[in-house]
Ligand binder design. Sequence first.
Ligand SMILES: Nc1ncnc2c1ncn2[C@@H]1O[C@H](COP(=O)(O)OP(=O)(O)O)[C@@H](O)[C@H]1O
Ligand SMILES: [Mg+2]
Length: 243
Amino acid sequence: MKLRVNGLEFSYENKKILDQMDFFVKEGEFVSLLGPSGSGKSTILKILTGVLMPQQGQIMADDRQIYGVTELFAYMPQNDLLFPWKTILENVCLYGYVHGSLEEVRREAKENFSLFGLAGYEDRYPSELSGGMRQRAAFLRTALCRADILLLDEPFGALDVITRGEMQDWLIHMRKRLNKTVILVTHDMDEAIYLSDRILILNESPARITGEIVIEEKQRDRQWLYGQGELRKEIHRRIMGES
Ligand SMILES: Nc1ncnc2c1ncn2[C@@H]1O[C@H](COP(=O)(O)OP(=O)(O)O)[C@@H](O)[C@H]1O
Ligand SMILES: [Mg+2]
């Protein structure tokens, strides 16, 4: 087991956000946390990264208990958070600077610039790029990180629907190469179905996991996705708290 969360609870002031949350993620698995806006998805990722501290409960990574900031996670926050005074290439290689493998990260980054639709923008600054391009640069930076577990908070949320689809296709192809455990936060049902090995469904206030859906299909494409009407209905029922 890569990650196990037991009895996690979190409140902002008097408002309980997470209530007795339990889940696990296996090594190499792609798990989505799917729930409505405001249900506490970003809060869960912030607790995993150590940005927020849990008030109750336990987080185990392999056999080690996690508390606070660790080297286990590469985190892509909901807002892209590129440094405005650094070029796109410098931003993308940021973790390379931090971890001391700069040459390797630069090479890998440059190889991926065109795949991310960023070719020619290596030496530009974030303010010169569209919102979608900034999001892709932030995603590239996260994907190049050496950490074992990628935490992606609505990574394609700011993109138009076409670019978003392209990035999802790209992510499916990259998965084997990345060889990482991924936790994706999304409120987009189709995105979760398309990308995940397993979907954990959250309801609202305080959030609990109301269902789990395993998706076995290995050969996924848009045609397959369009045929998943039954799965969509079932997920909808669970989000609404029906059993
Ligand atoms: N810093 C904060 N202070 C108080 N309430 C917050 C804060 N951040 C988020 N919340 C509230 O916590 C709830 C869950 O937020 P969040 O985890 O961002 O949800 P999601 O990512 O699922 O949209 C929301 O109702 C939000 O308004
Ligand atoms: Mg959020």
